[in-house]
Each structure stands twice: as structure tokens, then as C-alpha cells.
Design a binder for this molecule. Structure first.
Ligand SMILES: Nc1ncnc2c1ncn2[C@@H]1O[C@H](COP(=O)(O)OP(=O)(O)O)[C@@H](O)[C@H]1O
Ligand SMILES: [Mg+2]
Length: 356
């Protein structure tokens, strides 16, 4: 199946710097792709080019195989069949919720009303159809804005940090609701966010951006578990980094030897592990658990700091061998006192090996 939205080699420069630097990506109908990356990496600029409100310096964009912008072609925004939703969406203040939703519809009046009411019902807002925006809460306005954008059945929905104005507890519910409406409508969605949790919750595919480039594409599971480099790993959670020198395709660490093929002798190797993949064991008269192939050799450390986080505890260790600090998260039933000696093991299948 050919993609609904197809970006090919998009470049945008402001002055001397390429803010969008050769971005290519596709989104299929019914699929949600997330452009994820830190603030300033070029996400919004990319979205604005797709919307047609910004023009690229190079590259082409196709919608259902039709060129909408490229050398010599620029279909204006309103003719692209694109729905927009941004953080600072604005509803028309003098129109009711239902009138807002029906505003962009071109069908017969009764038909438009029916579509507006159907959509409002699907986001739980039937009772608010005749209310004006100032009579609605932030979350309710957000849902009206969503169904208003979806009402004309756009081929593509562009969403730029659409949930960042909402408070945390409200956000999850609205995200899930938004997701199910978008899926039902079968729209292709390009969603921009700087929050990994939001991307993992919403996306079929994540395109991880850095400095105007896509550095990795994949489903949330693969992006999280098989990041391309240390920075990609660190974007999703805190990480621990253990350094060593490769020698004969092996690297010695306090946690035993690691197989590090492909690194030349003497090269620095970084072994990365997320805090939740370190295992903690009690100290038994100066000994830890026995070494195993799957968890390697245990290393002893002393609790420097332990913080209760509700769902889990965050424990910082100062390691006996080299004085380095490692962080582990453990279920919150466990909150060791500072000064406690404990043993750490690394789940080998969760370790990531990168060149230093
Ligand atoms: N119209 C503009 N003129 C000059 N620089 C811009 C313009 N728009 C964006 N930029 C710059 O481009 C970079 C990327 O911006 P943006 O796409 O908004 O990033 P993001 O959405 O990922 O935070 C930023 O450094 C920003 O300052
Ligand atoms: Mg932005």
C-alpha cells in the first residue's frame, strides 16, 4: 500500500543553519507517526512545511501520490486536506461547540449538524454541544478542537504538542480518547512531541529527531530497547554508563567481561543500562549472589541516596571498585537506608554496547 503522506529529503534553512536537514518519512492511512525530539530540533518547522505555511528549500511532499509541494509546485494549505491541531488551538468564541465542529463542513446543513453531534458524542461531549467555549473546561475545549479538526475527514492530521497545555491527570484520558477517534477515522497522523512517554503511548512509529535529522525510526518497543546510540537511549530514561577498554573483542568491567566484537583493541567501549534493569541483592557476610551467564558478576556498592517516588524507589550507589555512581530503580516497597551495602547485577540482555 502506498503511503498517505510521503516526505522526501526535506531541507529548510534559516540563514546558514539547516534547521530541517534531509528529512524523509512516510505515514500510512490509519497510522500515527510521532516526530520526537528535544526542543529546537526542527519538529515544528517540519510540520509547518507539511501544512504548507512554511516552504522548504529542497525536497518534495506527496499526499496520496500527488505532489503537493516541491520544485515549481505549491498547493496552498487549504487545498491539502490537512487537519491541524496545536497547543494553542483557538475555538471560535461566538460559536457553540457543535457550531465550531460543523464550521468547516461543506455538506447539507442537517448532515453537518449530525456529523458534529456524532463526533461530540464520541468524545463524551453530547451534553455540551450547545455550550460556548468559555463555558467549557480546558480539557473539554481540547476535545472540541480535536473533533473540529477531524470533522471534514482530512487525509492527514498534523498535531503539534497538542496536549502540553493540559494538566497531567487530564492528559492521559484525553490522549487515549484522541487516539481512539483518530484510529476510527483512519486518518494518517503526524504528531510532534518532545515527551518520550507521549510518543510511546500514541505512536505506531516514532521518528527520533536530533539537530534537524531523523536519527532512528521504529515502533516504540524497538526504539526503546534498541536505541541507535547512547543519546537515543538517554532520551527515554536515565541511563548508567560503564566504561572499559576493548581487548580481543572483550571488555572488562566491575560486572565481569562483556563480549564487544567490532571494537578494536584499546578502543573505549560504553556499556549502557537503564536503572530498572539493574538488580539488587543483599550482602551476605561480604558476598553477593553467585555469578551467572545471564547476569554476569555482581559488584558491591553502598547506598548514597534513596528516594521514594511512589511507584518505585530511586537508589544511588557508590560502587566499591571505582567510586562511580550507579542508579537503580526498585519497587517502592524497598527503600534502603544510606550507608547500606548491597550488590548490583546487570541483566546482560538489557545491556547496550556503544563505542565510547
Ligand atoms: N522563522 C524562523 N526564523 C529563524 N529561525 C527559526 C524560524 N523558525 C524556527 N527557527 C529555528 O529553527 C529551529 C527549530 O525550530 P522548531 O522547528 O520550532 O523546533 P521544535 O519544534 O523541534 O522545538 C530553532 O532553532 C528555531 O529557533
Ligand atoms: Mg515545536
Amino acid at each position: 500500500m502506498s503511503p498517505r503522506l510521503d516526505l522526501r529529503n526535506i531541507v529548510k534553512r534559516f540563514g546558514a543553519s539547516s534547521v530541517v536537514d534531509d528529512i524523509s518519512l512516510t505515514v500510512a492511512a490509519g497510522q500515527i507517526t510521532c516526530l520526537l525530539g528535544p526542543s529546537g530540533c526542527g519538529k515544528s518547522t517540519t510540520l509547518r512545511i507539511v501544512a504548507g505555511v512554511e516552504r522548504q528549500d529542497a525536497g518534495e511532499i506527496y499526499l496520496d501520490n500527488r505532489l503537493v509541494c516541491g520544485p515549481g509546485t505549491h498547493v496552498p494549505p487549504e487545498q491539502r486536506s490537512i487537519g491541524l491541531m496545536f497547543q494553542d488551538f483557538a475555538l471560535f468564541p461566538h460559536l457553540t461547540a457543535a457550531q465550531n465542529v460543523a464550521f468547516g463542513l461543506t455538506g447539507a446543513k442537517a448532515e453537518n449538524r449530525a456529523r458534529a453531534h456524532d463526533l461530540l458524542e464520541r468524545v463524551g461531549l453530547s451534553a455540551f454541544a450547545e455550550k460556548y467555549p468559555h463555558e467549557l473546561s480546558g480539557g473539554e475545549q481540547q476535545r472540541v478542537a480535536l473533533v473540529r479538526a477531524i470533522a471534514p475527514k482530512p487525509k492527514v492530521m498534523l498535531m503539534d504538542e497538542p496536549f502540553s497545555g493540559l494538566d497531567n491527570r487530564l492528559r492521559d484520558g484525553i490522549r487515549d480518547e484522541t487516539l481512539s477517534v483518530l484510529k476510527e477515522e483512519g486518518t494518517a497522523v503526524l504528531l510532534v512531541t518532545h515527551e518520550p512517554d507521549e510518543a510511546m503511548r500514541m505512536a505506531d512509529e516514532i521518528a527520533l529527531m536530533r539537530d534537524g535529522k531523523i536519527v532512528q525510526r521504529g515502533n516504540p518497543y524497538n526504539i526503546y530497547n534498541a536505541p541507535v546510540d547512547k543519546a537515543a537511549a538517554a532520551f527515554f530514561s536515565d541511563i548508567n554508563v560503564i566504561r572499559g577498554q576493548s581487548n580481543g573483542a572483550l571488555t572488562d568491567t566491575p560486572f565481569g567481561q562483556f563480549l564487544t566484537p567490532g571494537h578494536s583493541d584499546g578502543a573505549t567501549v560504553e556499556i549502557v543500562i537503564r536503572p530498572q534493569h539493574l538488580r539488587i541483592d543483599f550482602d551476605r557476610q561480604g558476598r553477593g549472589p553467585n555469578p551467572t551467564p545471564s547476569e554476569g558478576v555482581p559488584a558491591r556498592g553502598v547506598v548514597e541516596r534513596a528516594r521514594f517516588m511512589g511507584r518505585e524507589s530511586l537508589v544511588e550507589f557508590r560502587m566499591d571498585q571505582d567510586g562511580s555512581i550507579l542508579t537503580a530503580t526498585v519497587p517502592a516497597v524497598f527503600l534502603p537506608k544510606p550507608g547500606t551495602a548491597l550488590w548490583l547485577t546487570m541483566r546482560r540482555d538489557r545491556c547496550l554496547v556503544f563505542p565510547g
